[in-house]
Ligand binder design. Sequence first.
Ligand code: 5GP
Length: 205
Amino acid sequence: MDRKGMLMVLSGPSGVGKDAVRVEFLRECATIESSVSATTRAKRPGEVDGVDYIFLTQEAFGGMIEEGKFLEHTLYNGNYYGTPRPFVEDQLRSGRDVLLKIEVQGALNVKKFFPEAILVFMVPPTMETLWQRLVGRGTGTHEDCVNRFKLAYREMCYADQYDYVVVNDKLPDTIRDLCAIYKAECCRRERNIALCNQLMTEEVL
Ligand code: 5GP
């Protein structure tokens, strides 16, 4: 049965909790795989090359852009980030679903090339919570936190271009909402019409 994989894109301001949500969501929904992005930003303590990101120099990143190896790429808060093309295309071609955790410009670019992609925007319950989470994770300087927090207001202007908005307050509730979205999207008529057509050709009696 020919089934093209589904592309699900998760965005939201820095500090909203996308990483924790991604890990838990992948654990709950075993039929979707996550793409690992490339970045030129410095590795944070505990991050693993090839798992959290593919960490590249500016030169290596530029080389990949020239070779057309990115599905999309962007400059965010002074660093480059990009989605490697081969993994995503291979997965989708083989009928497997893919999760991208990327910022808004990247998400909107993906939507241009894959109009059937599902765009989910994650927001904090309050902006005060977002600020506390940004500072609380202790991974950036005060200036970096302020820049990311200011960016959050601009990023939120794009929420109206997404298909779904999920509030990340309590992690189990967020995972429940994301799984519901994913499962409902898997059952969309457009994605299953080939199955219906095949069933109609099966002669049993
Ligand atoms: P961070 O530095 O906090 O890991 O990521 C900064 C922002 O870049 C986050 O919003 C994250 O989702 C986004 N990001 C991560 N990988 C990619 C990517 O491949 N493409 C784009 N456009 N954004 C990305």
